[in-house]
Design a protein around this ligand. Sequence first.
Ligand code: DC
Length: 220
Amino acid sequence: MIPVITIDGPSGAGKGTIAQMLAIELNWNILDSGALYRTLAYFMKENSIGIENFEENHNMLKTRFKVSFDPGTPGEPVRVLFENQDITSIVRTERMAQLTSDLAAEPTIREFIKPCQREFMTPPGLIADGRDMGTVIFPDAKHKIFLTASAEERAKRRQTQLKRQGLEVNMRSLLLELEERDRKDTDREHSPLVPADDSITIDTTNLDPEGVVREIKNNL
Ligand code: DC
C-alpha cells in the first residue's frame, strides 16, 4: 500500500506550504488538487469550453489534460507544469481562483478530475493537498490532516503571497472574496469542504510552518 498523507482545509490555512515542506522532507510526490482544478479552468477558458459543452470535449480533455507538479523551493509556490509550460503564475491569481471555485462545484468536473488525482498515488508516497482529499479521493489514507486558521490570518497570508508575486491587493476585498469562496466550498452539495471523521485538525493561526510540520510528525 502506497502511503498517503492528506492535507485538507480552506484557502490560506497553510496547506500548500505544509504539503511542500513534507514532500521535500520525505521526498514523496505532491498533488496540489486546487492547482489541478485551476489548470482545468484555465484550459477550458483557453479553448472556449464551458460546462454546457464539456461532454462533447471530454475525449480531447482526457487526452490533453496531463498536469504535473514540482515541489520547487520552500517559500515559493509549488510549480504547476502543463503542456511543457510552467503555468504557475497564470493559474495562481485571484481571478483564476474565483473562476475555479464555480467550476469546482460542478459534479461533472469533479468526476472528471477524480481519476487524474488518484494517478498521483505512486511510490514512495503522496502528499495530497485539497478540500476533499481525506473524505472522497483518498478515504483510505493512513494520515489525514485538516488545517484551519482564522479568516483574517488567512487573508493576511494570501496578501503576502500575492505581494511576493508583485500583485497588490486590498485586504478588505481579499477577506470578502476569501469568505465568499469558503462559503461556496463548504456549502456545495458535492464534496463539500469538511474534515474527515478520522482526521486531525490543526489550527495554524498562531503557529509557524515548522510548528505545524512538527505537530503533524508527532501524529504520524
Ligand atoms: O486551493 P486552491 O485555492 O488552489 O483551490 C482552488 C479552488 O478549487 C477552490 O475554490 C476550491 C477548489 N478545490 C476543490 O473544490 N477541491 C479540491 N480538492 C481542491 C480545490
